[in-house]
Ligand binder design. Sequence first.
Ligand SMILES: [Zn+2]
Length: 115
Amino acid sequence: MLRREKRLERKIAKERISILLNMADKMKFEDYALARRYVELAKKIAMRYRIRISKDQKRNFCKKCLYPYRHDRVRVRVRKSRVMITCLNCGFIRRIPIRPIKSSQSKKINEVNKK
Ligand SMILES: [Zn+2]
């Protein structure tokens, strides 16, 4: 019996997820429903192969209704220590905490700025 190459499968799945999410981003103003479908597929692949969708990618769509965030379909508010994104499709409010930059990180930023 042929052994499944799970590592390879997951690698391919990862590629497909990023392709689907990129397509969703491109299509969101042309065909919103199709863009949502791309996100849905990406999420399904991620679950099937137990892959995390990266933080940056996650912030491009509503996790409740899976519609990609579009400037005319969301409202963004900034509170003291968090950004609140309200999805106007389903009303889901996502809160993203903002943490102050750690000293090690700010050092790096200063170094980059000096250059
Ligand atoms: Zn939503």
